[in-house]
Design a protein around this ligand. Structure first.
Ligand code: ADP
Ligand code: MG
Length: 385
């Protein structure tokens, strides 16, 4: 069940067949804020898994629920309903006291604003969490803090006050502080949000190195170029998770449309005896393949005799097929395995095209470009059966 849940979300780890227990599991998370204007649903039925050693970015527009989501992991806030398990701990059940002990040992938390204590030196700031958690023996604390400062390139600034170094250096110090008790999990909410791009890059590099060392890192970010460099992106829109396959296949679409597609597209399994009907005007209008490769053959017309292969993550839509002006044969598995796809039916597709001229242009333009690339890259050699 867990694996299925994670796989349905398009978790790369789950898709790769990593069926081990996820390190972090959030199920059915709902968060409703009571406000003067009434109830506001900030998270609406979020299911999400994180695996040990993953570097995941959480992206989405301002107000989409990113901070609310990570606050459920750090215990800064509690879900209205749903469960949060991190390792062995069901943290939505912990009392404040239990929570702060657990947090001190297991999580390194980093915020957009560094929140270093201004009257303490950088070294003392890094030692502070060790004094609270009492995991690292007293006599080792200073040496460990120095080691962490070296790791983030701040060894020469250890005795400076936070205000005496740059923003990027303060954030590096905050990362060193978050690592004080050697937590397995690091949670960062817009850690580069207040930094120039060079400092942001340096800070990102520290996260990336930590991920290589096996830490599990969850990083909220506005910066899509940084997000793309993480192992997996999690896109939130209006408090809901966008299906990863859909987000990756249509990076140019507005988030609200991606969420709509997440609601509309249904998974379908085609067994080998069943041919996959082409996208047409009667039933399915768009397939997004989640296994594969699949292939199809065109026999004549403008497109000529051609075999086209689509890998998992690629899609085939009604505009693609309409563009061929050729007879198309047998959409089918290319490797003798069952095919799974997310399917958008014709009715929903038509509604989408009617509602949104810009998306219609996007899809038809994409279809024309894809046709050109299929023509030049496709397997035109014989052997078409
Ligand atoms: P993000 O981090 O993606 O920018 P947040 O998780 O901070 O978004 O907020 C999601 C939505 O929940 C926003 O519309 C925000 O105004 C609302 N929200 C967040 N915290 C509270 C709160 N304490 N009370 C009322 N509404 C809140
Ligand atoms: Mg936020």
């Amino acid at each position: 069940m867990t694996e299925k849940l994670c796989a349905e979300m398009g978790s790369a780890a789950a898709a790769k067949g990593n069926l081990s227990q996820p390190l972090i599991e959030m199920r059915g998370i709902e968060k409703i804020f009571k406000t003067g204007a009434g109830d506001f649903t900030a998270l609406n039925g979020v299911n999400v898994c994180f695996y040990e050693g993953e570097f995941v970015s959480v992206v989405g527009k301002s107000g989409s629920g990113k901070s609310t989501l990570v606050n459920m992991l750090t215990g800064i806030d509690h879900p209205t309903s749903g469960t949060v398990r991190v390792g062995e701990a069901y943290i939505h059940q912990l009392t404040e006291g239990q929570m702060s002990i657990w947090r001190g040992r297991n999580l390194g938390i980093i915020f957009q604003f560094f929140q270093l204590l201004p009257m303490l030196s950088i070294l003392e700031n890094v030692m502070l969490p060790m004094d609270f958690a009492k995991v690292i023996p007293f006599q080792e604390r200073e040496a460990r803090a120095m080691q962490l400062l070296e790791m983030v390139g701040l060894e020469d600034y250890a005795h400076d006050l936070p205000a005496e170094v740059s923003g990027g250096q303060q954030q590096s110090a905050a990362i060193a502080r978050a690592l004080a008790n050697d937590p397995p999990i690091i949670i960062a909410d817009e850690p580069t949000g207040n930094l120039d791009s060079r400092s942001a890059d340096a800070v990102f590099q520290i996260f990336s190195d930590l991920a290589d060392q096996g830490k599990t890192i969850i990083m909220v970010t506005h910066d899509s170029s940084l997000a793309k460099r993480t192992g997996r992106m999690m896109l939130l829109s209006d408090g809901e998770l966008v299906n990863n396959w859909i987000a990756n296949a249509f990076p140019a679409l507005p988030h609200t449309r991606l969420l709509w597609l997440t609601h509309q597209m249904q998974p379908q399994l085609f067994d080998l005896k069943q041919s996959i009907p082409l996208p047409d005007n009667s039933q399915a209008a768009l397939y997004l393949f989640t296994t594969g490769p699949v292939e199809f053959v065109t026999t004549n017309g403008f497109f000529g005799k051609h075999k086209v292969r689509l890998d998992p993550g690629e899609y085939l839509s009604l505009p693609d097929v309409q563009n061929f002006s050729a007879d198309v044969l047998g959409l089918r598995s290319a490797n003798g395995e069952k095919v799974e796809a997310l399917v958008l039916n014709q009715h929903a597709f038509q509604r989408w095209m009617d509602e949104d001229q810009a998306d219609q242009v996007r899809l038809t333009t994409a279809a024309i470009n894809r046709l050109a690339s299929w023509r030049s890259n496709g397997d035109t050699s014989a052997g078409i059966s």
